[in-house]
Design a protein around this ligand. Sequence first.
Ligand SMILES: C[S@@+](CC[C@H](N)C(=O)[O-])C[C@H]1O[C@@H](n2cnc3c(N)ncnc32)[C@H](O)[C@@H]1O
Length: 218
Amino acid sequence: MALLRWTVGAVVLSLFLPGGLLPGGLLPEGTLREAGNPGVVRAQNETGKPPPASVRSGEQLAPFVATPMLVVEKMLEMAEVTARDAVYDLGSGDGRILLRAAEKYGAKAVGVEMDAHLVQESRRKARELNLEDLVTIVQGDLLQTNLKPATVVTIYLLPEATEKLRPLLERDLSPGARVVAHHARVPGWRAAREEAVRIGDNTHFVYLYRIPDAFQRN
Ligand SMILES: C[S@@+](CC[C@H](N)C(=O)[O-])C[C@H]1O[C@@H](n2cnc3c(N)ncnc32)[C@H](O)[C@@H]1O
């Protein structure tokens, strides 16, 4: 019964983000979403049981849906990432944005992720790719992150989560930093560039913001 409820929930909530259950945005195996509350996601381990609540802290601001790699490439290209950058992915999921930023551009990359299972998976991939010197995954609440060292911030969150994050971005980021948002705009900010990436039947929107132009009033 619980499995049926979760399965129905997975389908319903996949509608919240582009590519949810479709090619290019496939939910990873072992991840189901719970109906009735878009803020709740239960990642399953190999035994099919959700991890204990104690491995989480903070509010669930978006379910796990991976950014398709074509969109990842576009995000990093729009941010003009180089080896001098510190790329922060807030809600880093399986770590794909960080791993690509480190692998392709030699950037230092930091992920903040509340889901212990995803943290373990992304750390394992960093080890496999010999990127441990560049990639760090922190398990915690993205809203509690010190973003001062970041020169590039990437986000793929629900719109209301992006709204909550905005004051933190305005407080911590230094002039010259870039924010790249997949799917949801940062409310009230002016984008320097907007791109649409078409994958099959889905169109993924990507927004580039430059600090401080994005929010500084003239
Ligand atoms: C839509 S997924 C994006 C994953 C990845 N950034 C990508 O683009 O492929 C959002 C991620 O944010 C994580 N998340 C949600 N709320 C969070 C919070 N308060 N602190 C840290 N991570 C959070 C979820 O567990 C999920 O992995």
